[in-house]
Design a protein around this ligand. Structure first.
Ligand code: PXP
Length: 250
């Protein structure tokens, strides 16, 4: 379905990524700050879901964190993961609400680009299928590129999460690419999410895209929480998103 500009906006969910609470915890090797406690606080402040990325090197979130998140939070859990047999096995055991498959390179600081779904369709398709058959919603983290979106639909993903990193860096033309990609994905029957690099200052135009129903935001929220507290930071992000959704022309 294509939404006309006059169509009522769909609800927009905020997924809070708590990876960097674990980054701070791991800096001292103890148990504080606890990412699960942060997840509980984020949900209490208005987050609709929690995202956590179990990296191959376990640099922030650990297996035990995911198990506790699954057991201790009622909100949907979105497990970010690379498309490896190890991660698929963990997801099948954990049964999160959703899995977001991302590219992963050990040397990168963060997830630097989208998944090459078009180039890796043969390898990704069986992993998407096995997760889907287990009742897990599968999301693919892709650049706003028509070929990647077409390939995501073709291999049976339920969701695409559009990588907003280049937009957040201010790259020319990137917002238009995201706008077109959101419309294409929606037209192809994919649910549309977006994330990476979003802040109070740049979230508005993304929240205003009518096809986007979920934003996943981490680094800015956890960093800003140092100054304002996590509850106030999550609440203010929600306000920024809701205002842009209600008055997209602002
Ligand atoms: N979505 C995905 C798929 C990601 O990999 C990340 C980064 O972990 C995010 C959203 C959140 O990005 P940021 O931490 O820049 O808000």
């Amino acid at each position: 379905m294509t939404l006309s500009p006059a169509s009522p906006a769909r609800a927009l969910r905020l997924g809070v990524n708590i990876d960097h609470v674990a980054t701070v915890r791991n800096a001292r090797g103890g148990t504080h700050p606890d990412p699960v406690a942060a997840a509980i606080a984020a949900v209490a402040a208005g987050a609709d879901g929690i995202t956590a990325h179990l990296r191959e090197d376990r640099r922030h979130i650990r297996d035990a964190d995911l198990a506790r998140l699954r057991a201790e939070i009622a909100a949907p859990l979105n497990m970010e993961m690379a498309a490896t047999d190890e991660m698929v096995a963990i997801a099948l055991d954990l049964r999160p609400h959703a899995c977001c498959i991302v590219p992963e390179r050990r040397a990168e600081i963060t997830t630097e680009g989208g998944l090459d779904v078009a180039g890796q369709a043969a390898a990704l398709a069986p992993q998407v299928r096995v997760l889907r058959e287990a009742g897990i919603r599968v999301s693919l983290f892709v650049d706003p590129d028509p070929a990647q979106i077409a390939a995501s639909a073709a291999i049976g993903a339920a969701v695409v999460e559009l990588h907003t990193g280049a937009y957040a860096e201010g790259r020319a033309g990137e917002y238009e690419r995201l706008r077109r990609a959101a419309a294409q994905a929606d037209e192809a029957g994919l649910e549309v999410h977006a994330g990476h690099g979003l802040t109070y200052g740049n979230v508005g135009p993304i929240a205003a895209l009518p096809q986007v129903v979920e934003l996943n935001i981490g680094h800015f929220l956890i960093g800003q929480a140092i100054f304002d507290g996590l509850a106030a930071t999550v609440a203010r992000m929600r306000q920024c998103m809701d205002a842009a959704r209600k008055f997209p022309e602002l």
